[in-house]
Design a protein around this ligand. Sequence first.
Ligand code: BGC
Length: 438
Amino acid sequence: MSSKMRWAMLISLALVILVIATACGPAPTPAPTAAPAMSSSSAASKPAAGGKLEMFSWWTAGGEADGLKGMFDAYKKAYPSVEIVNATVAGGAGTNAKAVMTTRLFGGDPPDSFQVHAGLEVATYTPDKYLQPLDSIFTSEGWDKVFPKDLLTLLKYQDHYWSVPVNIHRANVLWYNKKVFADNKLEAPKTYDDFFKVADALKAKGIVPFVFGDKEGWESAHVFETVLIGTLGAEGYRGLWTGKTAWTDPKVTEALNTYKKMLTYTNTDHAALTWDGAGEYLLNGKGGMQIMGDWQDGWFTSKKFTDYGWAAAPGNAGIFDALSDSFAMPKGVKNQENATNWIKMAGSKAGQEAFNPKKGSICARTDCDQSLFNAYLQSAAKDWQANALVPSVAHGAAAFEKWATAYKDTMALFVTSGDVAKTQASLAQHCKDNGVCK
Ligand code: BGC
């Protein structure tokens, strides 16, 4: 399938969701009054006089923190007299950060910039009321030429750009410990049958087959999203978010049963571990496989661990489950000039090259120097070009926040309930509640 077609499918999904979001979302508020005050064209424009820059995110683990520091260092180089305040609220996928951010924004105490997933997640922040549109920065920085056209379309909400994309992450990756696999003459599983064979072999050796940490809840939704993709295929999975695929479909039942079986191969302490905490099992060779987004690659790098292999999650070959992190700029920030320069840095080649190799993501820009990236990220960049693209629901790209949260909560409960029928019924109900299914 041509890249144009792949994108067209992603966009048509975004448009469907947009229509639904508009129909179901908060009452429209008046269009933004004025564009933000802005200095001229590039990230390297004259250094600001000083003051602070408060940047809000949930990046605290390994490569997340290292990547952010990489971008802070690039900013400091351009604006040495600005003091950077790194405001983080820990919790993968923004589990805790999003609520804190909403309170701050709606309570009139915004940071200068904050992290938000590209796509409809921005609707959560009532952008026309609380955020500065970035359209003129997109124009002045020439971003309409360096970000893929369709990523630009995906970013547009209510006809404005509200955030600048800093990366592209892949969610559907199976990571494995190479030595453990070599010692046991195993290969990365391509199908679920393979997965269970490999899992049995590892179990027989006293190695945790399927490393898992679901302390924060979203991790279950994340893994299950890859099982939905692996069972329904790209088109079937996309259809779940547009109403084309019924949540009552027997394939969804099959996916739930497969996932339930996968959960019988996990470490017993999974409920006490976050994604990175669980990753320690791979590091110390006590675990075999883990399904997680490619921030895991950044985490391995931060731990100086190189003996890991990767493959698409079972059944996911040729499909890239995509998401993108971006930075927004609230209205009424305390340090306007510093914030504007930060947004420009985030979208710049220098900023993205300083950030992504450490973060474990590929650039949102199309002109980054590939030699800066490790073997995994170079392979991800190729897959991004060649694969069918599907949007991640656990990370803000497939559905608006209310539905994504309901889906995540349901799948978090499934880990303990294991109730396939009840879970499928509530997933189907969420689709109805959110106006997508009849
Ligand atoms: C974000 C990543 C982050 C991951 C784990 C995702 O939602 O997009 O940047 O590393 O959550 O916290």
